[in-house]
Ligand binder design. Structure first.
Ligand SMILES: [Zn+2]
Length: 405
């Protein structure tokens, strides 16, 4: 691994691979097809950028969001930028750029979404040998990924057309069913490498209030006493608007973010939050993937997310710098009753039909979130168990249940 560490030092100004990155890079360089599960903030990008620098040929990185691609490419060291291409625009021009990069450096790093890759591969022969296909945020390729979209279903065919290159799928969230989905997509055997999802700097808690005004008072108190940037998640646009408005009305520095806003408005809001000009961001699930802001100190859920996977992704945005951070999910008694009634009815209906149905499986995942909310044991342990890990301690000491609060 001397070469990989040297690449880290010379090109990325890092002392070497981190402990969780090393086994992934080793397996990739050994030629294995790899599924890597690295906790958020674990440095997923480096696990394919370093092997890229040690391999000749083309590496394709399939990423779910253009914003994510832009951020990654902007952050690349100059030496990599020279051979990096974002697959966007005219296919003929792109082919030329890829060929030029291959002639000049012997390698080419291509970033793309699944739709554009399909369009490009369908229109002409690929201008060089593809040695590796990387799926970034690979849970999106699973039917359980929260941004699942049809173009991901094309990936197995595209992989065939590209000459069956090595596959490296990277994600921060992988429950057993997500892993099974990924493994079922390609007829190869995978080496699954996972680092623990346990984040000892996150304090997790869940609290149920009798009425929304009690919940809002509690949220207001926590936000006023914040020690750093805050993200407040809500499930709907109207809830984002409502929450950001009343927080703004009481004089707080807050903005709302959701998919109903135009791309440029969203991009500006995002930039202001990252720069620290906006202290509190109220957002739907549309905010967060690939956002590189390390000092978020609080993630509050004004209402529970629909699945534990979403919860895990969202609280994962707190404390990436390793500093202590607080994550609170709020619930109200009425809403919980309504949700549980709807879930019971849904389960009854689904059981009478086909239990393999997507909707039935989704209900089971929603039930898991409900279980988390009412759970009396260690919350970190529950998350770990759900992700297929065996917790080593009975109590973490930094969730509400372990601290007796
Ligand atoms: Zn605990």
């Amino acid at each position: 691994m001397e070469d990989a560490d040297q690449i880290c030092r010379v090109y990325f100004s890092k002392p070497g691979l981190r402990i969780h990155q090393r086994p992934v890079v080793e397996a990739v360089l050994a030629g294995d097809n790899v599924i890597g599960v690295l906790a958020t903030g674990g440095g997923k990008s480096l696990t394919y950028q370093v092997p890229y620098m040690l391999t000749r040929g083309i590496t394709i990185v399939v990423s779910p969001l253009i914003a994510l691609i832009d951020d990654q490419v902007n952050g690349l060291p100059t030496a990599l930028k020279a051979s990096t291409i974002i697959l966007s625009g005219d296919n003929g021009m792109l082919s030329k750029s890829i060929s030029t990069a291959l002639e000049n450096t012997g390698r080419c790093l291509i970033y793309t979404g699944p739709e554009k890759l399909s369009h490009f591969v369908g229109s002409q022969p690929f201008p060089g040998d593809v040695c590796r296909l990387v799926l970034d945020e690979a849970h999106c390729a699973s039917e359980w990924g929260h941004t699942f979209r049809d173009a991901y279903l094309l990936l197995p065919n595209l992989w065939e057309q590209l000459g069956r290159p090595q596959i490296q799928a990277m994600t921060a969230t992988a429950s057993a069913s997500t892993l099974n989905d990924l493994m079922a997509m390609f007829p190869v055997s995978f080496k699954v490498i996972r680092s623990s999802i346990y984040r000892s700097n996150l304090h997790l808690s869940a609290i149920e209030h009798q009425a929304t005004e009690h919940r809002d008072n509690h949220l207001q108190m926590l936000v006023r006493n914040r020690v750093g940037p805050v993200i407040i998640y809500a499930n709907s646009r109207s809830y984002v608007d409502r929450t950001s408005k009343w927080l703004c009305d009481i004089g707080l520095n807050v903005e709302g973010f959701h998919a109903g806003l135009t791309t440029s408005v969203r991009s500006d809001i995002q930039k202001r939050f990252i720069a620290g000009e906006t202290e509190i961001l109220v957002a739907t699930i549309a905010f967060g993937m690939g956002i590189d802001k390390s000092d978020v100190r609080h993630v509050f859920h004004v209402e529970p997310p629909s699945t534990l996977e979403d919860y895990q992704q969202q609280v994962g945005r707190a404390g990436r710098d390793g500093g202590p951070s607080w994550c609170v999910v709020f619930d109200t008694m009425n809403k919980r009753r309504h949700r549980n009634d709807a879930l019971r009815t849904g389960m009854k209906l689904a059981k009478d039909l086909d239990q393999d149905l997507f909707s039935y499986k989704l209900l089971l995942r929603k039930l898991e979130m409900e279980r988390f909310l009412k759970f009396g044991g260690c919350r970190h342990n529950q998350l770990m168990t759900y992700s297929g890990e065996s917790p080593s301690k009975r109590k973490c000491g930094h969730c509400d249940n372990c601290c007796g609060r």
